[in-house]
Design a protein. Structure first.
Length: 175
């Protein structure tokens, strides 16, 4: 049974606020927003339509676990769809800040690619201890340490199409 944590109205109001923060922070700067696939695709499409300014949009794919695993392993990155980012301000957009490994590794990678600045924005941040020093620059919602699905977030690539965010109870994970 899925329990709704954030309704589509909650999410929409949160993204209005995120768009306002990004607009204020970057002002006239040369901005490239990079969505981390696959979980950020719905967030990316909703966010960029609220940003009335010049900017580039790109995608990178990162996966830290596959299939029915719900704990992170080695990060696989596919940067084939990435635009040129050297000399631009990069904002990495991801669905959730869990261990922080994904965004830590990606921030490093974009710094090496010569971005002028690299910052991060996430829809959700889990309340849990972390080994990484990185903290997300923009967080729309702080949540408990639950496994959540919907609005782009998946379990085994299912549930991404839910318009809201729901908690997937641990008894629903195959053991
Ligand atoms: P991190 O590297 O541990 O911060 O995890 C980042 C990635 O793990 C996210 O981009 C998600 O794809 C995935 N992830 C972490 N927690 C959840 C969750 O509760 N539901 C679905 N995916 C999650
Ligand atoms: Mg995922």
């Amino acid at each position: 049974m899925l329990k709704v944590l954030l309704t589509s109205q909650d999410i929409s109001a949160g993204i209005d606020q995120l768009a306002a923060e990004i607009t204020a922070h970057y002002a006239e700067k040369d901005l490239t927003i990079i969505g981390v696939m696959t979980g950020s695709i719905i967030l990316l499409s909703d966010l960029i339509r609220r940003l009335d300014r010049r900017m580039r949009v790109g995608l990178i794919q990162a996966r830290s676990y596959q299939g029915e695993n719900t704990t992170a392993g080695h990060l696989q990155v596919n940067a084939d769809m990435l635009p040129e980012v050297e000399g631009t301000h990069v904002l990495l957009l991801d669905d959730i800040f869990d261990s922080g490994q994904t965004l830590s590794e990606l921030v490093n990678r974009f710094q090496k690619l010569g971005a002028t600045s690299v910052r991060t924005a996430v829809l959700l941040r889990k309340d849990r201890p972390r080994d990484v020093t990185l903290t997300a620059d923009h967080v729309v919602f702080d949540i408990g340490n639950h496994f959540v699905v919907g609005y782009g977030l998946d379990y085994n690539d299912e549930y991404r199409n839910l318009p809201h965010i729901a908690i997937l109870p641990t008894q629903d994970f195959p053991s």
